[in-house]
Design a protein around this ligand. Structure first.
Ligand code: GLU
Ligand code: ZN
Length: 309
């Protein structure tokens, strides 16, 4: 049997908020409940959004919450040769092609209806190019994956059976950005495969990434992990938690002297593991952890309970 391995894979793009904490708590408890090794991986390749100092803040947040890890932190920007090797593998097999389209080129050319919040379906403008054609290009280009608009199915550990067509969801997707850095989809698959990750728990905003990643697992000849997508925390307007919803940052709670056990108890109560939001440590939640107790709907966050502040 393959040993169970899980990961916490935050992006250092700013302060963590209560929504991130809920997802990481679920991921951590699932890992501990199956006695898996936990890897901390800092996903810092999305360079324009990465904030200086955010990576240290992430580790502090996890320590404060009592979500300790066994390996890492592993930092993606220190692993670029691995992603380059994967791109090379795809190039040799003509599974990618150079794409010179700008965002507005794609928007103007796309006619198919597209999924909300997702980029329009890539219209295939550059798909007739071969890998070797890249040498003749004078402008910058991205590498796009040939998807043949295939459909991928998986049994989600929380959502149940899923099936998504890459034809309605973005079409051919970018694996290497024109800025010369790997796209999230490629880096995350290379890392999870190489690190032997057996279970990925993440927010359900990443469901559309899963068919893309399943294609990459297939072509790279690696076994995909079990995917578990959990509901996000949203503001009162139903939108993903953000600054406009007020201060939900862990750093602010920490600075205000709030004990992590209070937040953990409240989170555990929102996950259906406690009758009341009473203080508790993360390690004491392991025996209470259950997937079925977690409500299906997103958690609406309307500020911290009064006793926090
Ligand atoms: N780094 C991603 C994020 O913080 C998570 C990626 C993943 O779990 O696959 O949104
Ligand atoms: Zn193109």
């Amino acid at each position: 049997m393959t040993p169970a391995r899980c990961r916490l894979a935050p992006s250092p793009t700013g302060s963590q908020h209560v929504g991130n904490a809920r997802t990481y708590l679920i991921a951590w408890l699932s890992a501990r409940a199956q006695k898996a090794k936990i890897i901390l991986r800092i996903e810092d390749i999305d360079s324009p959004r990465v904030k200086i100092g955010a990576a240290d803040g992430l580790a502090q947040d996890f320590r404060w919450l009592g979500l300790e890890w066994d390996e890492g932190p592993i930092v993606q920007t220190e692993r670029l040769p691995r992603y380059e090797a994967a791109l090379e593998f795809l190039k040799v097999r003509e599974l990618v092609y150079p794409c010179t389209c700008t965002r507005s080129d794609i928007e103007n050319a796309a006619s198919a209806p597209h999924v909300e919040h997702e980029a329009p379906v890539y219209p295939g403008t550059c798909a007739s190019r071969k890998v070797a054609d890249a040498a003749k290009l004078s402008t910058s280009f991205a590498w796009r994956m040939r998807t043949q608009h295939r459909t991928f199915a998986w049994t989600d550990g929380f959502l149940g059976p899923q099936s998504i067509s890459l034809g309605t969801l973005g079409g051919d997707f970018v694996v290497w950005k024109s800025a010369g850095t790997p796209a999230y989809q490629l880096a995350v698959v290379v890392d999870d495969a190489e690190m032997g990750v057996t279970e990925v728990v993440r927010g359900d905003d990443l469901v559309p990434s899963t068919p893309r990643q399943l294609l990459l697992y297939e072509v790279l000849g690696k076994a995909p992990p079990r995917f578990v997508h959990v509901p996000l925390v949203v503001g009162a307007d139903g939108r993903r938690l953000a600054k406009r919803h007020g201060d939900a940052r862990l750093a602010s709670l920490r600075a205000a002297g709030v004990r992590p056990e209070k937040l953990l108890g409240w989170l555990a109560w929102t996950c259906g593991w406690l009758e009341r939001p009473e203080p508790i440590r993360a390690c004491d939640l392991i025996e209470r952890f259950s997937w079925t107790a977690i409500p299906r709907a997103p958690l609406v966050f309307e500020g911290f309970p009064l006793e926090f502040v």
